[in-house]
Design a protein around this ligand. Structure first.
Ligand code: SF4
Ligand code: SF4
Length: 327
C-alpha cells in the first residue's frame, strides 16, 4: 500500500501552528463558524449503528436511569437482531476480533467486513458483513443460527450496547458535547417485554463496554465532530480531502499499515515522540490507535493533540514569515 507522507509544515497547513496567508482567511471563517456553533444546540448522533429510533426525539437516559430489558436464549426473537443489521466496526472492535481469531486486523476486515461511508460524517468506515444465503434474511457473518454469536467474548461495541444507543448533544453555550444514551425499541425485539430492571450503568458494566468506549474515543470524536460540522461546513470550511480520508480508514482498519507509516515515513522526524513511547508504538496496538486519532484530530481540526519537534516548528514559522514578507 502506498503510504502518503504526513501533511507537512511546508504545505502551510494546520500542523505548523503558523498558517499561510490564505489560511488566515480560512481561520477567520473558522472562528465565525465556531461562534455560530457555540450559539446553537446541536445533536451529534451515534457513530455505531443505524437504528429505527431517532435519538433526537428519544428520551435521554443518564447512567443512573433504569430500564426493563432482558436478552436470553429463551426469548422468542433469539438472534433476530443478528440479521440484516447495520453495524459500523470500530477500530477497537477490529483489534478484538483480530485477537479472537489470532489474526491481524487487515485479515479481519478483508474477510468479515465491507467498506462503507459513514452517512453522518461522510468518512470511510468498515461495516460488519452480512451473508447472502439466498433466503429472505441475511445473517451476520459471525452468527451460528443454532448457538448464536460465535465471537461473543469479542463481539463489536454496537452489539454490546444494543438496545441502548449512544449519542451526544452540544448544548448552547457549552464548548464540548455531552454524551447521553437512548433506548432503541424495535418491534422485533421482545427483550423489552421482560421484567428485568437495570440501570444504564449496570447494563454497560455487564456488557463490558468500558474498554470499547476508552479505545474508540478518538475515532468516535472525529466522526461526531465531522458529522456536526457537515451541517455548518467542514473544518475550516472544507471537506476532509481524499488523502486524509484514506489515512482515517487505514488507521481505523489496518493498524499495521499505520505502524509502517509512522516508522517508515518522515513522521518521527517531524513529531516529538519520546524514545519510550516509540518502543510502545512498535509493540502496542492500542497505543498506536491513540496516536493515530490524536494525529488525525491535529490534521483535521488543528487541535494541539500532537506536538511538532521544535526545529520543525521553527522552520515552519520562518517559512510562513518569509511568505508573508516579514522574514
Ligand atoms: S457479531 Fe455476534 S452479536 Fe453482533 S450481529 Fe454478529 S452474531 Fe450478532
Ligand atoms: S432481538 Fe432483542 S431480545 Fe431478541 S435476541 Fe436480539 S437483543 Fe435479544
Amino acid at each position: 500500500m502506498h503510504m502518503p507522507d504526513p501533511v507537512t509544515p511546508e504545505d502551510g497547513d494546520a500542523e505548523s501552528g503558523a498558517p499561510a496567508p490564505e489560511d488566515q482567511v480560512l481561520a477567520e471563517q473558522e472562528m465565525k463558524r465556531r461562534q455560530a456553533e457555540a450559539d446553537m444546540e446541536m445533536p451529534i448522533v451515534s457513530a455505531l449503528k443505524e437504528t429505527s429510533t431517532d435519538p433526537i426525539q428519544a428520551v435521554r437516559y443518564k447512567a443512573t436511569d433504569s430500564f426493563c430489558f432482558h436478552c436470553h436464549k429463551g426469548v422468542k426473537c433469539w438472534n433476530e437482531c443478528c440479521y440484516d443489521t447495520d453495524i459500523a466496526l470500530t477500530p477497537y472492535d477490529i483489534l478484538r476480533l483480530a485477537r479472537h481469531f489470532e489474526a491481524r486486523p487487515e485479515a479481519i476486515v478483508r474477510l468479515f467486513a465491507a467498506p462503507a461511508v459513514h452517512d453522518k460524517s461522510g468518512m470511510p468506515i468498515a461495516k460488519l458483513r452480512m451473508i447472502d444465503k439466498g433466503g429472505p434474511k441475511n445473517p451476520c457473518v459471525f452468527l451460528d443460527e443454532e448457538e448464536g454469536c460465535t465471537v461473543y467474548e469479542h463481539r463489536p461495541a454496537a452489539c454490546r450496547y444494543y438496545p441502548l444507543g449512544l449519542a451526544a448533544i452540544k448544548m448552547k453555550g457549552h464548548d464540548e458535547p455531552e454524551d447521553f444514551h437512548f433506548l432503541v425499541k424495535e418491534p422485533h425485539c421482545k427483550g423489552h417485554e421482560e421484567k428485568r430492571e437495570q440501570t444504564v450503568a449496570g447494563f454497560r458494566r455487564e456488557q463490558g463496554v468500558e474498554p470499547y468506549d476508552e479505545q474508540n474515543r478518538g475515532w468516535i470524536y472525529v466522526l461526531m465532530k465531522l458529522a456536526s460540522w457537515k451541517t455548518l461546513g467542514g473544518p475550516w470550511g472544507k471537506e476532509p480531502d481524499e488523502r486524509t480520508k484514506k489515512m482515517f480508514y487505514m488507521a481505523s482498519t489496518d493498524i499495521d499499515a499505520f505502524r509502517r507509516f509512522v516508522f517508515n515515513s518522515s513522521f518521527l522526524d517531524r513529531y516529538a515522540v519520546e524514545p519510550a513511547m516509540r518502543e510502545e508504538l512498535a509493540m502496542n496496538d492500542e497505543a498506536l490507535l491513540a496516536l493515530a486519532f490524536d494525529w488525525l484530530r491535529n490534521v483535521l481540526f488543528n487541535e494541539p493533540t500532537v506536538a511538532l519537534k521544535q526545529e520543525v516548528l521553527q522552520q515552519a514559522i520562518a517559512k510562513a514569515q518569509r511568505d508573508m514578507g516579514a522574514g
